[in-house]
Design a protein around this ligand. Structure first.
Ligand SMILES: CC(C)(COP(=O)(O)OP(=O)(O)OC[C@H]1O[C@@H](n2cnc3c(N)ncnc32)[C@H](O)[C@@H]1OP(=O)(O)O)[C@@H](O)C(=O)NCCC(=O)NCCS
Length: 284
């Protein structure tokens, strides 16, 4: 049998990845994969055995924090160690980039797989599903390109690391789904969404705790209105009563749990009380 090799993803692998992701219910198009590959061109890996492509995993590094996502192994070749090899390769790569803690989101059924590799569970989230509809929102503006740097600074204080490369890429592809609330020219909160073919994911949805009463719901309403007629998911930290109240008030249905897991140092990062919804789960 040919040897199992892990190499970086190339554009000619995109069709394989699109099909593999689709078999797990994740809809990607070429533009989405170009975005993912551009986050970390050397950190998107594929497992190959001879001519056969077997699985993939993506990474994004933000200084000392890294994120792992898009781990998929072809169903017929599971339980042969391919997933383990891909994750080990991703962790090795992260370590070379100076990452001290690598995180990911996963469904609870995958906890044992990651625990075996040294990850520990950190936080629980609830995935809600709903459909956008026409509504008015006050005090929230479409995000302006000139505010992107300010937004990145704001987000850095909340997330605890500079993820501007991801925020800018989402903004560039999904401008019309990005809204922000400002107080005296400073960002108080923002919301984004990304997706395709009627499958959208809302997030990040972030608002400073002191401004949540005023803006959290308005940000959400602006996104609901933009997504009218479109089904979407939003993943919200289970500690956020504000987010839960808003999502239930607008008729969203809880669908299941997601957990955040972490490998490496226990760094105390960011201001988690401001996070109402997480977005683009493959990159934090
Ligand atoms: C999760 C996934 C990537 C694992 O890939 P894999 O190549 O089968 O994983 P490995 O062969 O390296 O598994 C290593 C160990 O993890 C555990 N494990 C893996 N899959 C498991 C499962 N479905 N149930 C219980 N334990 C499992 C086992 O201990 C396994 O060792 P064993 O086979 O000797 O018992 C694969 O099942 C997959 O693609 N699932 C669908 C997509 C997905 O859920 N991705 C993760 C998103 S967070």
């Amino acid at each position: 049998m040919a040897e199992l090799n892990i190499r970086t993803v190339k554009p000619e692998d995109f069709n394989f990845i699109i099909e593999l992701a689709a078999s797990e219910g994740v809809k990607y198009n070429v533009q989405d994969l170009v975005r993912v590959i551009n986050y970390e061109p050397e950190g998107f890996f594929i497992a190959v055995e001879g001519e056969s492509k077997l699985g993939v995993v993506s990474t994004v590094s933000y200084g000392v924090v890294g994120w792992l996502g898009n781990l998929f192994v072809k169903e017929q070749t599971r339980r042969r160690g391919v997933g383990t090899k891909l994750v080990r390769k991703a962790l090795e790569y992260m370590a070379c980039k100076g990452v001290r803690v690598t995180k990911l989101y996963c469904f609870p059924n995958n906890i044992p797989f990651y625990r075996r590799l040294g990850f520990r569970t950190e936080l629980s989230y609830m995935v809600f599903r709903g459909e956008g509809r026409r509504m008015d929102s006050a005090a929230v503006e479409e995000m302006d390109e000139s505010f992107l740097d300010k937004l990145s600074m704001f987000d850095r204080g909340i997330f605890g690391a500079d993820r501007s490369k991801v925020l800018k890429a989402i903004y560039n592809q999904f401008k019309e789904y990005c809204f922000a609330a400002y107080v005296d020219g400073e960002v108080a909160g923002y919301i984004m969404a990304a997706g395709s073919e009627g499958q959208y994911e809302v997030g990040p949805w972030v608002c400073k705790p002191e401004w949540q009463e005023r803006f959290a719901e308005e940000l959400f309403k602006a996104e609901m209105n933009r997504l009218r007629g479109v089904e979407f998911e939003i993943t919200s930290p289970q500690y956020s009563e504000v987010a839960e109240r808003i999502l239930l008030d607008y008729g969203l249905k809880p669908e299941g749990k997601v957990v955040r897991m972490s490998f490496g140092e226990d760094l105390n990062l960011g201001e988690s009380g401001a996070i109402l919804g997480v977005g683009s789960l493959d990159c934090g």
